[in-house]
Write a protein that binds this ligand. Structure first.
Ligand code: ADP
Ligand code: MG
Length: 245
């Protein structure tokens, strides 16, 4: 038994002969913010996808709130899946739906909220990310930063217990990065549990409780941001940090 909200237990993932995750172990406590850094191709996205069950690990287990996701049946998985929000690099909004309809779709279809209730929830989160006035706009008419804030609001509308972010600011023009990081920081301040794959070292330093460095499918090093950035234990961590700072 464990009190961790998420426990990654000897997780491996192979695609054919390509071993993408090699014995990953880690725990995330409720309210913690974990930032995952590491070079392209090191397995960061695959690890997030194993946590929210978009991918099945080849071996090992992912525990969420005391349940082994790798052993859950479809019904249990659907339930647990509702508790895990995900935000992608490219927003993944539905282009043919208004902003508000993007937010109300899953709560109505999955949680069977009435349209009125779903709208109320949706407006609450749109207001929270500062975009209430865009409720009836279509995604294409918004800036990248606004679209990403809508994507965050959409994930929050399902009332998740944890939010996963996969390079949420990597596709944004530099002047829009700040507004998205600001929303994420507010969420962290409100004790949302978050796992954030990011290259934003300033954000990681300010907000993360722990930073995980991945390289070549290994979780090579984890530590507080201060310790990891200032006194990395592994040469490869040092080399990566030198490159991006
Ligand atoms: P990162 O997010 O750190 O850049 P990824 O997790 O996206 O790394 O990818 C790690 C490795 O896994 C890469 O070599 C990639 O080609 C491979 N990979 C990821 N997803 C798949 C997939 N669905 N099928 C085959 N190979 C994949
Ligand atoms: Mg990735």
């Amino acid at each position: 038994m464990t009190n961790a909200l998420i426990k990654i237990d000897h997780v491996q993932k192979q695609f054919g002969k390509n071993e993408v995750l090699k014995d990953i172990n880690g725990t995330v406590q409720k309210g913690e913010v974990i930032c995952i850094i590491g070079p392209s191709g090191s397995g960061k996205s695959t690890l997030l996808r194993c946590i929210n069950q978009l991918e099945q690990p080849t071996a090992g287990a992912v525990w969420f709130a005391g349940s082994d996701l790798t052993k859950a049946n479809q019904q249990e998985l659907a339930k647990l899946g509702e508790s895990i929000g995900m935000v992608f690099q490219n927003f993944n909004l539905f282009p043919n739906l208004t902003v508000l309809d993007n937010l109300t779709l899953a709560p109505m279809r999955v949680k069977h909220l009435s349209a009125a209730d779903a709208k109320q929830v949706g407006m609450k989160y749109l207001t929270r990310v500062g975009l209430a006035e865009k409720a009836n706009a279509y995604p294409a008419s918004l800036s990248g930063g606004q679209q990403q804030r809508v994507a965050i609001a959409r994930a929050l509308s399902m009332n998740p217990e944890v939010m996963l972010f996969d390079e949420p600011t990597s596709a944004l023009d530099p002047e829009m990065v700040g507004e998205v990081l600001q929303v994420m920081q507010e969420l962290a301040d409100e004790d949302m549990t978050m796992i954030v794959v990011t290259h934003e070292m300033g954000f990681a330093k300010r907000v993360a409780d722990e930073v995980w460095f991945m390289d070549g499918g290994y979780l090579l090093e984890k530590n507080t941001p201060q310790a990891l950035f200032e006194h990395p234990q592994e040469e490869r961590t040092q080399a990566f940090i030198n490159k991006i700072i």
